[in-house]
Design a protein around this ligand. Structure first.
Ligand code: FES
Ligand code: FES
Length: 148
């Protein structure tokens, strides 16, 4: 059965058996399995394979070489404590999605995007600042290119 709940402000449609316990269903939240499914960031571990029939799936690997992703990776690398290998791709993916929709996100929007990836350990303020700086730099570059 499908159980609709809200977890950390995100609507979730959990696949559950009648004897499933809540922690079993909530397992999907680390974000390591995030993909774009038909343009929407999706925890693929929560999607029954039959529901993906005909979908267009994009994983981090498909986007890794794009300049937009490379900029995010460069911002990560410049941090004193960059995201660890466990969450790095997922964070890059959610930030890619955020910046594609909103090239100038505020702090709250960056926090909200990153909330899709469970990370108890990183310096969130440094990460938010790094992404905000990166977005400003990117916008300036685009602006000056378009106004030459
Ligand atoms: S493996 Fe899907 S959220 Fe963790
Ligand atoms: S899980 Fe990667 S830095 Fe926290």
């Amino acid at each position: 059965m499908i159980v609709d709940i809200t977890v950390n402000g995100l609507a979730r449609h959990l696949q559950a058996r009648s004897d499933s316990l809540l922690p079993d269903c909530l397992a999907g939240r680390c974000g390591r399995c995030l993909v774009f499914m038909d343009g929407r960031l999706t925890y693929s571990c929560l999607v029954p394979a039959f529901k993906a029939r005909g979908s267009v799936i994009l994983s981090y690997e498909a986007l890794a070489s794009l300049p937009e992703t490379q900029e995010i990776e460069t911002a990560f690398s410049a941090m004193e404590s960059p995201p660890c290998p466990f969450c790095r791709k997922a964070k890059a993916l959610v930030l890619y999605g955020l910046l594609a929709k909103n090239p100038n996100p505020c702090e709250t929007e960056i926090i909200e995007a990153l909330s899709m990836v469970d990370c108890p350990c990183t310096d969130h303020y440094a990460l938010i600042a790094a992404i905000a700086r990166m977005a400003v730099g990117r916008n300036k570059r685009i602006y000056s290119r378009e106004n030459k």
